[in-house]
Design a protein around this ligand. Structure first.
Ligand code: MG
Length: 262
């Protein structure tokens, strides 16, 4: 392995609490007549404490459905499904529910989500960052291996957030700006990995890509990169079984170093 490309949310950053807070605030602001309400401990002026997020009635259902989507508008779809009391058992159910929402609705939610994220992060910067802790030990492991592979980020997150968080994690030096490929690079991780190959001159066969979503690994597998599922991220038994079936590495925080670096 010459190059290790990493997804950000669900691999480096445990960002589900922040996604939930921003998505819920966006949803409540934009959807008239919703049956969802602001949970206890949430208010308009500051980011809620992580414990208030954990205790929120819809947080667990939200996290369970997160693996089925990819982008900001998917958080809206998840909340809409919870709001409607829809039964979502698998990707097929999810895709059918998604198909009932118009492209216009999805685009509007996407835009409103990023407005909300900016507003929350500016209103209460410290509280906002507290909702996205790094996964314990992972960055330290990478630091110890930084001379063994080129490290890069391939994420659908916005650059401003990634940059701020890398700063707060003390990890900007591990991922210099030119090796952070963000949401502007494209929708598919294929675009991110192609850009990395072109920039770094590393063949796909010498790359490993770590993501917490099986559908992202599926999209790049045909390039010939080695695929690894971060089992500590936003996935569950359903996704782990799928990843094994497809021959991807399945890594936990305590065995990721030997699995990736041998
Ligand atoms: Mg992810």
């Amino acid at each position: 392995m010459q190059l290790l490309a990493l997804d950000f949310d669900g691999v480096i950053s445990d960002s589900a609490p922040e996604c939930f807070v921003v998505a819920l605030c966006t949803y409540l602001r934009t959807q008239n007549g919703t049956s969802l309400a602001l949970p206890p401990g949430f208010d308009a002026d500051s980011a809620p404490a992580p414990a208030a997020v954990e205790a929120a009635e819809f947080y667990r259902p939200f996290v369970e459905l997160m693996p089925l989507g990819n982008r900001a508008e998917d958080f809206g779809i998840v909340l809409s499904a919870i709001d409607a009391g829809a039964t979502i058992r698998d990707q097929g159910d999810y895709d059918r529910f998604r198909a009932k929402l118009s492209e216009r609705w999805l685009d509007d939610f996407h835009t409103a989500f990023y407005e909300e994220r900016r507003a929350v992060s500016e209103r209460d910067p410290v509280g906002w960052e507290r909702l996205m802790e790094p996964y314990p030990g992972f960055l330290e492991m990478l630091r110890g291996r930084a001379s063994d592979a080129v490290l890069a980020i391939a994420t659908a997150k916005d650059r401003r957030s990634v940059d701020r968080l890398l700063g707060s994690y003390g990890a900007r030096d591990l991922f210099p700006v030119e090796r952070v490929f963000d949401k502007e690079t494209g929708v598919s991780k294929v675009t991110h990995l192609r850009a990395l190959r072109d920039q770094e001159g590393v063949a796909f066969a010498e790359m490993t890509f770590v993501d917490d979503k099986v559908n992202h690994l599926d999209s790049v597998a045909s390039l010939g990169v080695r695929c690894a599922l971060a089992a500590w991220g936003y996935n569950g038994d359903r996704e782990i079984a799928l990843a094994r079936e497809r021959g991807y590495l399945v890594c936990a925080l305590d065995d990721v170093e030997p699995l990736l670096f041998g």
